[in-house]
Ligand binder design. Structure first.
Ligand SMILES: NC(=O)c1ccc[n+]([C@@H]2O[C@H](COP(=O)([O-])OP(=O)(O)OC[C@H]3O[C@@H](n4cnc5c(N)ncnc54)[C@H](O)[C@@H]3O)[C@@H](O)[C@H]2O)c1
Length: 369
């Protein structure tokens, strides 16, 4: 591939989760990647799933790359509140109208919301069909399009039903980020810096050096940041596809963050913003757990500074209390038989799976609020 284009191969083991697929990354990769997008659509039929914001911007560009296919599209309303069974059913209705067979390909064109619901539908149509991810947000490029987690929400909670279902290819074209609102870009950088924070101190330092250029979407450095993030995720899901151990580290900041999303009724804060504040809370918790280890003010301060430099908040914009947030954390589906699993760290690049007392969690929240 050319100098600007990268390829990361994801390889997951396991009887039910075995898969190998490329993630193409870079400016113009949708058009220039080899093998071409069309070659990953095995049968003649292709259904592109997108939303009412992204489709007017990029649907025609995508369809033009598939001249030899029978093309259809299904455009869902924008917003996390639509990542539900009713909208998944619209995808099934579109597939039924096509009389889609087992060799149909679904293409998800959008952010994580579209990627998750399209993957969910692909995992179920005729017990599982081909699907391709074309992520259009930074968050989807570095996180949700890779690793095979698919889901929709129920009234009872986020992502409660879903399956592990891997795409056959991911095309992360940084040109599609041109139209992404600044706040969404920042939210994506929360997941990027997370990879450095959990197990890659060099990457964290590289981000500290390049944050200003990255915020201007400079294509070479942006592609490199995405490549390193995807490589990091690929390494982890390759060793632990079903999140039985190491993959849990990717939830750094997430149990704290999910509590904030719930406190804000899923409208008060973006996922990436909640993760940023959640990572800070995890750092404050870690400082209590390891007073004698490497978690000194410097690590927390560096995290705080990088979060600020990426335009991310350090506390929620709405009123909430530590006790309320602790109660929400206990509802999180990642708590195992009542025991809250947390991801503390021993400093930048040294996260691990652990737990803490209610008092320690409350003190961590108090340091944030
Ligand atoms: N499967 C996983 O492993 C995983 C991991 C993390 C998050 N997620 C899921 O991802 C979702 C969040 O993803 P997200 O942050 O991408 O949100 P999103 O998909 O809701 O997109 C955010 C907003 O940006 C708009 N948008 C997308 N691309 C655009 C573009 N190029 N130009 C202009 N506007 C654009 C969207 O229409 C939307 O309004 C949540 O549902 C979350 O649960 C899944």
């Amino acid at each position: 591939m050319s100098g600007l284009l990268h390829r990361v191969d994801v390889s997951t083991p396991g009887a039910s989760t075995a898969a190998n697929y490329p993630v193409f990354i870079g400016s113009g990769v949708l058009k220039q990647a080899v093998p071409a997008l069309e070659s990953f659509c095995h049968g003649a039929q292709v259904l592109v799933v997108s939303n009412s914001t992204v489709a007017p911007l990029y649907l025609d560009r995508l369809l033009a790359l598939l001249p030899n296919k029978a093309l259809s599209h299904c455009i869902l309303p924008d917003g996390e509140s639509h990542k539900n069974l009713q909208q998944a059913e619209r995808i099934f209705t579109a597939l039924s109208a096509l009389r889609a067979s087992r060799d149909v390909t679904l293409i998800a064109l959008g952010g994580g919301m579209i990627g998750d619901i399209t993957g969910f539908a692909a995992s179920l149509w005729m017990r599982g069909v081909n699907f391709i991810q074309v992520p259009t947000t930074l968050l989807a490029m570095v996180d949700s399009s890779v690793g095979g987690k698919t889901a929709v929400n129920l009234a009872a909670g986020k992502n409660l039903i879903g399956a592990f279902w891997q795409p056959v290819a991911v095309f992360a074209d940084t040109d599609l980020l041109d139209t992404l609102p600044a706040r969404e870009l920042s939210a994506g950088f929360a997941e990027v810096l997370k990879y450095g924070a959990i197990n890659d101190a060099d990457f964290f330092a590289w981000l500290e050096q390049n944050v200003n250029v990255l915020m201007h979407k400079e294509p070479t450095l942006l592609s490199e940041a995405i490549r390193r993030s995807v490589q990091n995720k690929a390494d982890v899901v390759g060793r632990d596809p079903l999140e039985r151990g190491e993959r849990m580290l990717l939830n750094f900041g997430h149990t704290f963050g999910h509590a904030l999303e719930l406190a804000g009724n899923y409208g008060g804060i973006l996922h990436g913003e909640a993760v940023a504040i959640g990572m800070l809370a995890a750092a404050h918790l870690s400082a209590q757990l390891h007073p004698n280890l490497a978690v000194d003010g410097q690590h927390t301060l560096r995290l705080q500074n990088l979060i600020r430099a990426f335009g991310l908040p350090q506390k929620p914009a709405f009123a909430t209390r530590s006790e309320e947030l602790l109660a929400h954390m206990k509802l999180d589906k990642k708590s195992l038989s009542g025991q809250l699993r947390l991801i503390p760290w021993r400093g930048i690049g040294q996260a691990y799976v652990g737990n803490a007392s209610d008092e320690q969690i409350l003190r961590a929240w108090a340091a944030i609020l």
